[in-house]
Ligand binder design. Structure first.
Ligand SMILES: NC(=O)c1ccc[n+]([C@@H]2O[C@H](COP(=O)([O-])OP(=O)(O)OC[C@H]3O[C@@H](n4cnc5c(N)ncnc54)[C@H](OP(=O)(O)O)[C@@H]3O)[C@@H](O)[C@H]2O)c1
Length: 243
């Protein structure tokens, strides 16, 4: 059976690295994106140049109708989804909890958690026994991100609980559900959080004294999806340089 994977938020950063790596391992890849069409098309071009199979699809994965359209399109182009990477996520500028608005808090939860729920739900309607899901959580779920992004940390904590619960619900179908929890990874997300050089500033506090790369996260995601991880479910890989 062909391995068919959707990587959400795959136009740049960790999602892009994951899509390119999985394509090189023989997956047919749907590169989901929200706004950055050119960037997503570039990821697809890279995959095709390397002999892989991919297409880009615009969907806001926090919107139910968009997620249904995404899964319908993938099924029509490639057949049933066999693997899923819930990678799409956002954070906003650094702030204490006292300064957070309800609108911001809800937007972070909807984008980071509701999207994960929706994509899991649609995936398991199609997925054969033996499929696998990886959720991209964060070290923030352990650390709490005080003074920076408690809303974001809470969304990733919810993602961890979803990972655990769903892994148990799907164990009888041999669909494995795991998560990675990256720490400081050198991507453009930190600029969105208001501090482009955050990774450099915080590197000295990381035991391995450097930021991680998107490829280092992609490697763990690919392993968790693979048959090499066939007895691994409901668990978390911390990719945080020892932090
Ligand atoms: N970088 C880190 O240090 C770090 C650490 C821990 C965890 N993570 C997690 O790793 C994941 C990827 O992070 P990254 O650093 O690669 O971030 P990034 O460069 O900002 O990429 C995130 C991608 O998510 C997409 N996205 C956001 N909201 C979306 C939505 N509603 N629907 C579809 N796509 C959406 C964006 O798409 P568009 O560009 O098309 O808008 C963007 O390409 C996130 O879940 C993040 O929380 C990152």
């Amino acid at each position: 059976m062909e391995k068919v994977v959707i990587v959400t938020g795959a136009g740049r950063g960790i999602g892009a690295a994951t899509a390119i790596l999985l394509a090189s391992q023989g997956y047919a890849v749907c590169v989901n994106y929200r706004n950055r069409e050119e960037s997503a098309k570039q990821v697809v071009n890279t995959i095709k140049q390397q002999g892989g199979s991919a297409f880009a699809f615009a969907a806001n994965v926090s919107v139910e109708a968009d997620v249904q359209a995404l899964f319908t399109e993938v099924q029509q182009q490639y057949g049933a989804v066999t693997h899923l990477v819930n990678n799409a996520g956002i954070l906003f500028t650094q702030s204490t909890l006292a300064e957070l608005s309800v609108e911001r808090f809800n937007k972070v939860l909807i984008t980071n958690v509701t999207s994960c729920f929706l994509c899991c739900r649609e995936a398991i309607k199609q997925m054969p026994n033996g499929g696998a899901i990886v959720n991209v959580s964060s070290a923030a779920s352990r650390i709490g991100a005080p003074g920076e992004y408690i809303d974001y940390a809470a969304s990733k904590g919810a993602m961890d609980s979803l990972t655990k619960g769903l892994s148990l619900e799907l164990a009888e179908r041999n669909i494995r559900v795991n998560a990675v929890r990256p720490g400081f990874i050198d991507t453009e997300m930190h600029a969105d959080g208001g501090e482009p050089n955050r990774v450099q500033r915080l590197s000295p506090q990381i035991p391995l004294k450097r930021a991680g790369t998107a490829t280092e996260v992609a490697n763990s995601i690919a392993w968790l999806l693979s048959d090499e991880a066939s007895y691994v479910t409901g668990t978390f890989i911390d990719i945080a340089g020892g932090k």
